[in-house]
Design a protein around this ligand. Sequence first.
Ligand code: ZN
Ligand code: ZN
Length: 360
Amino acid sequence: METKEAYRALGLDHSASDAELKATWRKLVATWHPDRNPAAEAVQRMQAINKAYQHIRLVREGKLAGDAPADSTDSTYGADSPQPEAPAHGSAHPQADAQADPQAHTHRPPHVRKVRLSLEEACLGCTRTVRGQFTQTCSTCVGTGQRVLATACPTCRGKGAVRKPVLFGWSWTEEACPDCSGDGRQRAPCDVCDSTGTQTVSYRRRVRFPAGTREGHVLSVPAARHGDLEVDLELAIEIEPHPLFTLDDNGVLRCEMPVNGYAWMTGRWVDVPTPDGLQHMRLTRDALVYRLAGKGFPATPNGPRGDFMVRVAPVFPPLDDPQQADLLDQLIASSTQAAQADDTQPLGQWARRLKSWQPG
Ligand SMILES: [Zn+2]
Ligand SMILES: [Zn+2]
């Protein structure tokens, strides 16, 4: 790779400062890292970005012959880039720069993944083990799949250029050595990543999810070391649809539940499902909606819980069984008799008005 191509790959030119170079590289990594960018070209772009960055770094640290000798053989160089690379770049702070230089693992973008919680886990909070793996640019070869050695490239004997015959072998021209991209240094396959440029890293983290975690929340888990890599996790929360409950924004949980109409009429107790489990609740025939205060969902993470609202739908089963019909007849007869005797009740008043009525 030629230095000017490396700059072009990063969208910079020779005048970029070390800080600009580093910032641009990080921005491009954040955009193109295959963990974040699903585009098919992401892996290739990432490798090209890392290769360009590594090349410029080596030149600036003085570990790689700069453009002067290599590019002087390139006839197009002078025309395209009238300003040769300032030698000060490489020697300004070579040591400090090498030390401050981000290793790929300390500045890689966080690993983003989904975590699904049940509504109860999200409501009450939970601790879960999050496991997974991700692919990471090889930190040894920065994604190039090759290590650059100190020894001279055997193909071009360190010259960075090879001769190519032209005019049926009567003459020759020089072009960049294909085996060392023109820098004259020997390459060896990267044994850390088997020349793939990437490493697969497995992780396993115990994570505490606060009570009141919502769909769409992103939980950042601080960096931890995995092998020789340091990784931030970002967990995007998904809440599983609940078979019984719906959740309002203000934390009110709602549940609709059919109840036996006779039990509802007669004020019986029923079991109501809540995030904490089943809870006894007394029905009353005057009410279809019941509020269980503080049994809902936290409106804010770790905040107080909202209310739990139960709407009951009384269902009157058919009384097909003769014994049930008999019992109901007895109930109607006895309750009608008692009601008609009471003048203060509508049935008693009605009975009196009916008696005084003389049909024509
Ligand atoms: Zn590697
Ligand atoms: Zn070579």
